[in-house]
Design a protein around this ligand. Structure first.
Ligand code: NAI
Length: 318
């Protein structure tokens, strides 16, 4: 039999593990040797109410299959208590999967502050609080794996989801910086935009599509990314229905205009095609990429830089 990727002796914290994707992650890691903290607040998908049942059911499921698991019922907004549960029960933490989430879908015309604030609190502050509490342990043991959860809504926008989109794209920036800060300590952080049938999606997708999107089919990619053999960090992935792909930032080759009084809106408009031309793209991975590009461009002659100067030496269209 082929060898399995295993997580023996490791402690995995999965937030929002009482249902949907979180349950699929938790039961998988429980079946592969890890001790699992099953966190779930147990409220509705809109973030109302709370209950211990959701987490308890999954803990029992893991234990019944011979695994090790403990429940935690705190909101991710109190991430330190979730990590404390891992330390008290199992003495360490190796993997954090920030998965908990809710929806407050509403058109931007009708959105209220509470719809905005709750979504940002659960997704952004919740992921921050859990990672912040786990960080000292990861640094000390020079080992950690973090998965943050984004969404296609965050990457590409989605009608009626300004709050959720903002929160989910925040996970990308958060992960990219965490990955940079964690690299020295073997703390690898990636962001996954899943697509799966769950109570969150069951009302917006047709039944035959939902059938093809079992939460279990997002799990293997996450399992690879949090395994000790992984080297990938700071990356964005999409996963669902057996398909997975990496996404990255792409920058057009761009336009450089001399920063003097010839640098006008009209000058930009005249060469707008260069601003939007992706035929010779770059793939930046950090803020310094832009500065290096600027330095290189500054060394070029104006003609190489694609400026069109008229007889006065200024860009003709202003
Ligand atoms: P789900 O509603 O089945 O699971 C989310 C879980 O998080 C629930 O069990 C809920 O009780 C828990 N939760 C909510 N607020 C919490 C809080 N403050 N503290 C602790 N637990 C809390 O939904 P699903 O689909 O499994 O979603 C999991 C993650 O994947 C979410 O972050 C969601 O935004 C994201 N996602 C899901 C997609 C999908 O197609 N299902 C698409 C894109 C992103």
């Amino acid at each position: 039999m082929a060898e399995q990727l295993r997580y023996d002796g490791q402690v995995v914290v999965v937030t929002g593990a009482g249902g949907g994707l979180g349950r699929a992650y938790a039961t998988f890691f429980g079946s592969r040797g890890a001790s699992v903290v099953v966190n779930d607040l147990g409220g509705s998908f809109k973030g109302e109410g709370n209950s211990t049942k959701a987490a308890d059911v999954v803990v029992n499921e893991i234990k019944a299959a011979g695994g090790k698991a403990v429940a935690n019922y705190d909101s991710v907004e109190n991430g330190e208590r979730i990590i404390e549960t891992a330390i008290k029960a199992f003495g360490r933490i190796d993997v954090l999967i920030n998965n908990a989430g809710i929806l407050r879908d509403i058109s931007f015309k009708n959105i209220k502050d509470e719809d905005w604030d709750l979504i940002i609190k659960v997704h952004v502050k919740g992921s921050y609080k859990c990672a912040r509490a786990a960080w000292p342990y990861f640094r000390k043991q020079k080992y950690g794996r973090v998965i943050n959860t984004a969404s296609a809504a965050g990457l590409f926008g989605s009608f009626g989801q300004t709050n959720y989109s903002a929160a989910k794209l925040a996970m990308v920036g958060f992960t990219e910086t965490l990955a940079k800060e964690g690299a020295k300590y073997n703390i690898l952080c990636n962001v996954v935009a899943p697509i799966a049938a769950s109570r969150m999606t069951e009302t917006i997708m047709p039944p035959d599509v939902l059938k093809a999107l079992k939460p279990d089919w997002v799990v293997p990619l996450v399992a690879v990314l949090v395994h000790k053999s992984n080297t990938e960090t700071g990356s964005i992935f999409e996963a669902g229905g057996g398909h997975m792909a990496k996404l990255r930032w792409e920058r057009s080759s761009g336009l450089l205009l001399k920063a003097d009084d010839s640098y006008t809106p009209g000058a930009i408009l005249k060469q707008w095609n260069k601003v939007t031309d992706f035929s010779n793209p770059q793939y930046p991975t950090g803020p310094n990429d832009f500065l290096t590009l600027l330095e290189d461009s500054m060394k070029m002659n104006p003609s190489d830089r694609g400026e069109t100067l008229d007889f006065t030496g200024r860009v003709a269209l202003v």
